[in-house]
Design a protein around this ligand. Structure first.
Ligand SMILES: *[C@@H]1O[C@H](CO)[C@@H](O)[C@H](O)[C@H]1NC(C)=O
Ligand SMILES: *[C@@H]1O[C@H](CO)[C@@H](O)[C@H](O)[C@H]1NC(C)=O
Length: 284
């Protein structure tokens, strides 16, 4: 009898601990049976067309990591991290001074519900010690680009930010809408550990709230909801967008981009939940 009651109590506690099951808008966590080549063809996780170098397929621009390498929100589902890779060939759409390899959720067509209402965007980023970035350059690692391509409503960057005297380029730097250029949050980009972000995006009130943790720690609010123009819908990008140095004018086509690039960044736990009713997952 005692044991029966105890196990009832334990299972109730377990049920409460996982009670935070928010409705998902999209899920970019990769089931463990999938391989890089599965992203060369149409699939319901990420676009197989955008964004990567002309003439490449995604199996040349990404690498799937084992389930055991999973991030905070991969572990329970046994989903796989994915690394986006750039080389000298990662020239998208004649942007000869950029190098790009980015994942866009398949359902995120630029006018869908992922940029309406109140949504929480989750993703985790990890350095690849074998394919390090060149911190003399600026990189975008995750951003929302408006449907008319006129701005990024938020953007996570690392490296030496163009036009700024970046104190420490080995940092993760989250900026609000590029029209204001406000730095919302920054933190050191540590080696060998996932950095977990959840961005609560209120497309009605035009605010952003930032949650953050490292490794398998539960997310904590690090920036309260602040005003940030989120209008213009658009698409979420996860991957490397490497900018040139010494560019003048249109830096998509002008600037230095030294040859021999072999760089990558690892992503885990990409998904978006509907937070219209306040639901947000701070831990799995
Ligand atoms: C890093 O980038 C700078 C600026 O483009 C370049 O001068 C330097 O050679 C690069 N370093 C490596 C290791 O590629
Ligand atoms: C974050 O940015 C502030 C303001 O620019 C700066 O003083 C601080 O050193 C930065 N912190 C990190 C970890 O880069």
């Amino acid at each position: 009898m005692f044991f029966a009651r105890l196990s009832w109590a334990v299972s109730l506690t377990a049920a409460l601990a996982v009670a935070q099951e928010c409705t998902l808008q999209f899920d970019g966590r990769i089931p463990n049976e999938l391989a890089a080549a599965d992203f060369d063809v149409a699939n319901d996780i990420f676009s197989n067309a955008f964004v990567l170098g002309q003439g490449l397929v995604f199996s040349q621009a990404l690498r799937i990591l084992p389930v055991a390498a999973g991030s905070l929100f991969d572990i329970d589902l046994e989903t796989e991290p994915v690394e986006t890779l750039i080389s000298d060939d990662s020239i998208f759409n004649a942007q000869v001074a950029f190098r790009r390899a980015e994942l866009i959720p398949t359902s995120n067509d630029g006018a869908d519900a992922s940029t309406q209402g109140v949504k929480t965007l989750h993703f985790s980023v990890l350095k690849d010690g074998v394919r390090p970035l060149n911190l003399s350059h600026e990189y975008q690692l995750a951003f929302l680009e408006s449907a008319d391509f006129s701005t990024n409503q938020f953007v996570l960057k690392t490296g030496s930010i163009l036009g700024q005297a970046t104190a420490d380029p080995d940092t993760l730097q989250l900026f609000g809408n590029l029209n204001d250029g406000q730095l919302l949050f920054n933190t050191t980009f540590e080696n060998g550990v996932f950095h977990n972000f959840a961005l609560q995006l209120d497309f009605v009130q035009n605010t952003i709230q930032v949650f953050f943790s490292r490794a398998n720690d539960a997310l904590e609010s690090v920036v309260d909801a602040v005003d940030n123009d989120l209008s213009g819908q658009g698409q979420f990008h996860f991957g490397l967008l490497k900018k040139p140095v010494n560019g003048v004018g249109d830096i998509t086509v002008d600037g230095d981009q030294p040859a021999g690039i072999n760089e990558g960044i690892i992503y885990g736990g990409i998904f978006q939940e509907d937070s219209a009713d306040g639901c947000i997952s701070l831990s799995p």
